[in-house]
Design a protein around this ligand. Structure first.
Ligand code: SF4
Length: 333
């Protein structure tokens, strides 16, 4: 298995939303380390790895949301290290602000070089607020849209497609288009973290095909097929590459600070190698758990994840779930 990227995540910024599908299982608190400590560690590790493993992409990113006083410093750090956060920010979960404060925020973001922000809507107002776990979140996001327009900061609106929000899509799409949104990305939720609780909301091909053309055209470009189609495609195979993530916590920071970067990476790779040794192959999982009648749509990553989660549950959860992003170490397919 080839490691292609190594990310360092620091979930040091409490998020003000509580989304039902949060893949980070955000709990409204910080679980990371101080921003300065995280950046200093990332700086050292990324520098050491750029010399020892130049084949790797490395980055440092913060969560749970971007609502931090050090935002300009964070953007600068990302720019210096060619990380995506220099140009793109996901901006859900901010504390409520008034119009002037929002304009200041968007101006700061643009002046620091960010070229695109993303705001995620879950449906029309009442549904969105329930899904986001806070009253007023929908209205606040529309105010963020207005403020970013004034600051001439381009916005992409992401919208997860769920069985229960499909009927709201025409109205939501129309309302946001009238507000001047021209970039939309529709996607199917990832089933990690609290995303596991919305697995029954995964849509079928028939439901997808019944959507308006504008929505289908703005759907994620990654290949999606039904579980039935994947099973008969002969294309189920284990991934050949992996992206590893190290999550900084107050509990592991002291030890990590004493370790050379190569050792940190080796430790993560060894953990994932063990996970892969203990986990049956993709084909074995397909034979064991594949449902040839299932018409729900998946990208292969999510289907493999669903089967792996079933295997972990069946074997009594003794296998460390390398795909759980709340763990100190994780891997993304
Ligand atoms: S805004 Fe993001 S981090 Fe916060 S709860 Fe929602 S999905 Fe999770």
């Amino acid at each position: 298995m080839k490691t292609v990227s190594f990310g360092i995540a620091n979930y040091c910024i409490p998020c003000h939303a509580h989304c039902r599908y949060c893949l980070l299982s955000s709990c409204g608190k910080s679980t990371g380390v101080e921003q300065k400590t995280g950046m200093a560690f990332a700086e050292r590790v990324m520098q050491e790895l750029s010399e020892a493993r130049s084949d790797l992409t490395t980055n440092y990113y913060c969560g749970y949301c971007m609502d931090m006083p050090e935002l300009p410093e964070y953007i600068r750090f990302c720019r210096e290290h060619h990380s995506p956060g220099a140009k793109f920010l996901q901006m859900n979960g901010f504390a409520f602000r008034n119009g002037q404060e929002l304009r200041n925020l968007m101006n700061t973001v643009r002046e620091n070089g960010v070229e695109l922000i993303d705001l995620t809507f879950f449906g029309t107002e009442e549904y969105h607020d329930r899904f986001a776990g806070r009253q007023g979140d929908f209205r606040f996001l529309t105010e963020m849209l207005d403020a970013s327009k004034e600051a001439e900061l381009p916005v992409n609106v992401s919208i997860p497609l769920l069985r229960e929000n499909l009927g709201q899509m025409p109205e939501l799409h129309r309302m946001l288009s009238e507000k001047g949104v021209s970039r939309f990305s529709f996607f199917l939720p990832h089933s990690k973290g609290r995303g596991k609780t919305v697995q029954d909301q995964r849509i079928t091909r028939q439901e997808f095909d019944a959507l308006q053309e504008e929505i289908r055209n703005a759907f994620a470009r990654v290949r999606h097929m039904t579980e039935a189609e994947w099973l008969s495609s002969g294309e189920i195979a284990d991934p050949e590459k992996r992206n590893l993530t190290l999550v900084l916590t107050p509990g592991n920071m002291e030890r990590l600070n004493t370790m050379p970067a190569a050792d940190v990476l080796n430790e993560l790779e060894s953990m994932d190698d063990r996970y892969l040794r203990e986990m049956p192959s993709a084909r074995e999982l397909a034979e064991r758990y594949g449902d040839p009648a299932n018409q729900q749509l998946f990208r292969l990553r999510d289907l493999l994840l669903k089967w792996q989660q079933q295997y972990i549950a069946d074997t009594g959860n003794i296998l460390y779930d390398m795909h759980d992003e709340t763990h100190h170490f994780s891997v993304h397919l």
